[in-house]
Design a protein. Sequence first.
Length: 444
Amino acid sequence: MNPPPPRNGTEPQSEPRIIPRTDHGLGRDAFPPQALEILGRLEERGHAAYVVGGSLRDLLLGRHPKDFDIATGAHPEEVRRIFRNSRLIGRRFRLVHVYFGRHYVEVATFRATPSGREAGSVVSDEGRLLRDNVYGTERDDAYRRDFTVNALYYDAQDESLRDWVNGLADLRAGRLRLIGEPTQRYREDPVRMLRAVRFESKLGFHIDAETAAPMKDLGPLLRTVPPARLFEEINKLFLNGYAAAAFVGLRRHGLLAVLFPWTEDVVAAEASGASLAFIERSLADTDARVAADLPVTPAFLLASLLWPPTRRLAVAFHEGDGLPWHEAHVRAASVLIARQRRLVEVPRRFAEPAQEILGDQALFDGDPNGASERYLRRSRFAASLDLLRNRVGHDAEASRHALWHEAWERSGGSHHTAGARSRARFSGPGGGGQNVAPDGSRGG
């Protein structure tokens, strides 16, 4: 296999640079015994095996990864035979999960960058890799990875790092660089653009200029990605503690307009900046909940991102079509959620609560004393109050939120919510809670 064309110091090398422990600081004791056991057994059978990827990157940055990945020269079926406590998974990538109780370590075979002609590879008309089970050498594997900081290999036998693409230098410089020619790599997998923004936000790195340059032009390629996969990537961007930074990054690189076009339209056109300020408050609230180890949900995220265009469309329905104020909001929320789901496949269990949260906002323009106790005690009402709280921009809105919150408390809604959803706590930083459903907790 030929590695991607050289780019900015990632030109192919015949051998990796070997970096001793004295120069990088990681000993075997930094890794869980399960990962070391897998490495040892693979090596005993004559297979090269290394710790790779994000777990190694995070250890080198002084972070504490939850998962560890291993790359090896052994094929998946060989790994499966060595470890009886394992299972083959995946279609696009054939992987092996080696289980230790309820936890597992992921083991992948060295792969090569396919040309589209090899058995095991399938490429779309746009150049996107649909399947690439093409095995290769360690060198091939290094050059097919996305970013240089993710292409380091840890050899537990001598505690050295194997660096094919100057990844350690980029890591120390806080620089994200694609391996290979950026346009080609984005065409192979457009999600790499989202991964670049995610790592930029998560790690506080900067994206190399040549890596960033094609993103605005190639952003529309994200619409060739299966909507369900986009939903997973959006959760990773927004539900892991760096949502506010991710939002800024998506806008800077022209990707929010692809993923949430109606939100970008409103934010870009609004001179007052009120919608942008609202979204920033909502995302900062989400980040605060993650930092406090409280659950967060895609439903509240979706409602937050779609509130500005929902409000604008509701006004159009009310003033242009003569719909009553509340009905206009309910209809606008339904329309916007349906449009958004065509781009990003939000499961119904999150889409329906988001639509309800958006529809509730029109009711907050009225008198809380007229609201029924049953209505106030709904399990999702706290999330609707949270959205109202984040909308607060002046004293009148602050007073309205206070009145509705008092009515909710008087109805016993807070106690009802706590009892009905003990795992999804509605008391968090700054007010109520986002947790419409316990199964919307963060991950990935």
